[in-house]
Design a protein. Structure first.
Length: 125
């Protein structure tokens, strides 16, 4: 399965770079392989092999994921629960934004969910 974004329900990943430095993932709409780290089922992201689309904020009001500027802890399955996506084994769809109506998100007032890596909480959208 590939990641799915439900734009009608505004279930989109939101990153507020001014307040958090972690990736927010909508687990209800993204299906990723499960990584079993000693009986702990955690989705995973391999940031060295990931390839994602960068979106122009001036033309499209959707989240932009810039992996060069995202700071996340290194995944240690034995000590920390971090979301992981192995893009070598996932086919990521190409989205035609010209034919999709995308909701406008007010990033100044919207408080996105975040992942507290120190306390091992995964907060879902």
């Amino acid at each position: 399965m590939s990641p799915v974004i439900d734009y009608q329900n505004i279930h989109v990943p939101v990153i507020d770079y001014q307040t958090i430095h972690v990736l927010v993932i909508d687990y209800q709409n993204i299906h990723v392989p499960i990584n079993d780290c000693q009986n702990i089922h955690v989705p995973v992201i391999d940031y060295q092999t990931i390839h994602v689309l960068v979106i122009d904020y001036q033309n499209i009001h959707v989240p932009v994921i810039d992996y060069q500027n995202i700071h996340v802890p290194i995944n240690d399955c034995q000590n920390i629960h971090v979301p992981v996506i192995d893009y070598q084994n996932i086919h990521v769809p190409v989205i035609d934004y010209q034919n999709i109506h995308v909701p406008v998100i007010d990033y100044q007032t919207y408080m996105p969910p975040f992942i507290d890596y120190q306390n091992i909480y995964i907060i879902r959208l």
